[in-house]
Design a protein around this ligand. Structure first.
Ligand SMILES: [Zn+2]
Length: 418
């Protein structure tokens, strides 16, 4: 039908310029009023209101989550559905130290700019408000509830240390370990006790004993959540929490087995009894090459040269990883801090409302909208993205919808923070 995509993208950029004030006000408001997972009422209402005012059709509380929403822009002709995802939850204590205010405002800007551009196109763009990335797995819950069933491709932007389109993320899960021993007087009758704390310590020692044999991407990190009540009591109960992550789920499962062996050895060597509970984490992100290429070109056009991730790239985990397991998707990054600053720090929280953070909102809105325009104007691109996903599925690099839904039953419940 011949969309002039360069003219469309020029109109998108003009629209983003006009929207600058609204987008930054929204970003700063969300930043100044941090809300924790599943309680993002103010942020989700503000975003939904703005999208509705911009002419999108908004459904609130989708997927059974009160702070989720789905805003739809219909192109006027039949075609694919592209999703741009917004996150807006904050962290306890340090507020928007992951910069989700920027993710939310750039997604908002993309939706509003596409609406303002006035272009007729085949298909739909949906802005999906996804709560609780920091520990609740909002995207997993929404996908399980069918909110992504009609989505052909999805993408989003996250603030970071450099501009990237191909960074992946780690598959994760969380394990709670409780050791049950027997209390006794630690000086008067130690021989009558069973020391649960020593079982925890042996677990850490056992994990450390295998670190050299772990792959470089392995992350097995734990804390002691209970180590006893008094120094003169042999601890009858001690507990630890581990997060286990790797670049792919198969290796992550092997690491969980290693942890299990260390914990069982800890129990055996001390006489304590092990109680083990695993909680589902997030799947690793598998970036879609075509969507990544399209977005890289749009970022470069905004004078943001894209950096390729290092072989030993620093990565966390995100529930966008799960979305990338069921459909073509990318989780792209915009620089707002230098390489020396990590997210989940006070410095990152400050940057999320700084001039660099604001630039990421504005450039992010334009990038997301232009990427949507490219994919809608040139159907061959989306066809290629889908063919790549089919290849990834055949190669076992992604799970696909059916297998992915099944691992909801393999692990107890959702709930591992980034
Ligand atoms: Zn984040």
């Amino acid at each position: 039908m011949g969309i002039d995509v360069e003219r469309w993208k020029a109109r998108i950029r003009t629209a983003v310029d006009e929207l600058r004030g609204t987008l930054l006000a929204t970003s700063h408001d969300i930043h100044a009023n941090p809300e924790l997972l599943f309680k993002e009422h103010r942020a989700s209402a503000r975003l939904a209101d703005e999208l509705e005012r911009g002419g999108l059709r908004v459904a609130r509380g989708v997927g059974g989550l009160a702070t989720a929403f789905r805003a739809e822009l219909d192109g006027g002709e039949p075609g694919p559905t592209l999703a741009i995802l917004a996150e807006y939850d904050a962290l306890p204590g340090i507020g928007h130290a992951c910069g989700h205010n920027i993710i939310a405002s750039s997604a908002l800007g993309a939706g509003l700019a596409l609406a303002r551009s006035g272009e007729r196109f085949p298909g739909r763009v949906v802005i999906i408000g996804t709560p609780a990335e920091e520990g609740g797995g909002g995207k997993i819950l929404l996908a399980q509830a069918g909110v992504f069933d009609d989505v052909d491709a999805a993408f989003m932007l996250h603030p970071s240390r450099s501009d990237m389109v191909r960074r992946s993320s780690l598959a994760s899960s969380r394990i709670e370990l409780v050791f049950h021993g027997k209390a006794s007087h630690a000086a008067g009758a130690p021989d009558l006790g069973i020391n649960a704390l020593e079982a925890v310590i042996q677990t850490f020692v056992g994990v450390n004993a295998r670190r050299l044999q772990m792959r470089a991407d392995a992350r097995v990190h734990g804390i002691i959540t209970h180590g006893g009540d008094a120094v003169n009591i042999i601890p009858a109960r001690a507990s630890a929490r581990f997060s286990v992550r790797a670049r792919d789920r198969a290796y992550q499962r092997r690491l969980v087995t290693m942890l299990r062996q260390a914990a069982e050895a800890g129990a055996t060597s001390t006489g304590a009894r092990l109680e083990w509970a695993e909680t589902r984490g997030y799947d690793n992100t598998v970036p879609n090459p075509t969507i990544a290429d399209v977005m890289a070109r749009d970022m470069t056009a905004l004078r943001r040269p894209v950096v390729e991730p290092a072989p030993n790239e620093r990565m966390g985990s995100t529930d966008m990883g799960d979305i990338s397991q069921i459909l073509p998707a990318i989780h792209a990054y915009f620089a707002i801090v230098p390489e020396s600053i990590a997210n989940h720090t006070v410095e990152f929280a400050v940057a999320a409302a700084s001039p660099a953070g604001d630039a990421a909102v504005v450039d992010g809105a334009a990038t997301l909208a232009m990427t949507a325009a490219d994919l809608l104007a040139e159907p061959a691109l989306l066809a290629r993205a889908k063919a790549e996903f089919a290849r990834q599925l055949a190669a076992g690099e992604v799970a696909g919808r059916r297998t992915w839904l099944a691992h909801g039953k393999e692990y107890a419940a959702v709930g591992v923070p980034e």
